[in-house]
Design a protein around this ligand. Structure first.
Ligand SMILES: Nc1ncnc2c1ncn2[C@@H]1O[C@H](COP(=O)(O)OP(=O)(O)OP(=O)(O)O)[C@@H](O)[C@H]1O
Length: 274
């Protein structure tokens, strides 16, 4: 476990430097520094209300820190034009709103907006990016359906497709698998992990499922009470004590028989019948 690596922020594609974020008078993040190293999957984990979504919003400039800075490719994000940010960084927020009456195809096309402009109209490259995103998320067959008519899990995959169609070097996901059934949880996590491992994208994801985090993350940033608790550069180092300290939960560590990675099972209260 290490402290947030201050010196590396100049080379990391995305970095928060000592940021404070407030909602009115309520301080949600205090003195948070973190890096998203290039080509790696960084997971933000921690208890409810610890500040994970707030940090992701600050990393994508949806929320402006009251102090400190967020750097995108070494430049202060606060000084950058929105369209330039959107060409570099894509965000899938928690519970995104569905535009009324929109079809899956048109929703995914919206991912290409940052690449459009007065002089640059819809191109074959845009069409190909949309096709790839529909295919990789397995929603091609739903393309003509209104998004409102889909199940929660199907919608989530469509929003992931929209985010992928943006074809950004950095991708931020806020609880991307929360509404998905087991099959799609695995498929979407495999997809997100492959974005960094195979395609070199820099990915930051908020995950509630600590076991998914341990199986897929290259590194885990734990938040607690609006601060960085610690950073696990090697998730295999995660211990029962660590989970107890961060989440206040008693757990038993087991080893995944196929991946050899740790997983945690809830421990029943002492003396409770199984
Ligand atoms: N829109 C808001 N207005 C006021 N306070 C907010 C708002 N959003 C979040 N907060 C507060 O900021 C703190 C951090 O919330 P945040 O949603 O970032 O936590 P989280 O770790 O993502 O939680 P969860 O796991 O429950 O999604 C909490 O105390 C929360 O009550």
């Amino acid at each position: 476990m290490t402290a947030p690596d201050q010196g590396l922020h100049e080379t990391a594609p995305l970095a928060a430097l000592n940021i404070d974020v407030s909602y009115g008078r309520e301080r949600a993040l205090a003195g948070v520094s973190m890096l998203a190293p290039a080509g790696r999957l960084t997971v933000l984990a921690g208890p409810n209300g610890s500040g994970k979504s707030t940090l992701l919003s600050a990393l994508s400039r949806i929320l402006k820190p009251v102090s400190g800075a967020v750097l995108l490719d070494g430049r202060a994000m606060s000084d950058m034009p929105t369209r330039e940010i959107a060409r570099t960084l894509g965000l899938l927020p928690q519970g995104p709103l569905v535009p009324e009456g929109i079809t899956v195809y048109d929703l995914v096309c919206r991912g290409r907006y940052p690449h459009q402009g007065f002089l640059k109209q819809w191109s074959a490259a845009d069409e190909e990016a949309v096709g790839r995103a529909l295919s990789v998320t397995g929603v091609e067959a739903l393309a003509s359906r209104p998004v409102e008519s889909l199940s929660g899990g199907q919608r989530q995959r469509c929003f992931i497709a929209m985010t992928l169609a943006q074809e950004t070097a950095i991708l931020l996901f806020d609880e991307p698998v929360t509404f998905l059934d087991l099959r799609y949880q695995v498929e979407v996590m495999e997809l997100i992990a492959s974005l960094s491992r195979r395609h070199g994208r820099t990915v930051v994801a908020v995950l509630h499922d600590i076991n998914a985090a341990l199986q897929y993350a290259d590194r885990i940033v734990f938040l607690k009470d609006g601060r960085i608790h610690d950073v696990l550069e090697n998730p295999a180092d995660c211990s029962e004590e660590h989970i107890h300290t961060v989440f206040g939960a008693k757990v038993t560590r087991v080893t995944h028989p196929l991946t050899g990675k740790p997983a945690f099972l809830p421990s029943p209260p002492t003396g409770a019948a199984p």
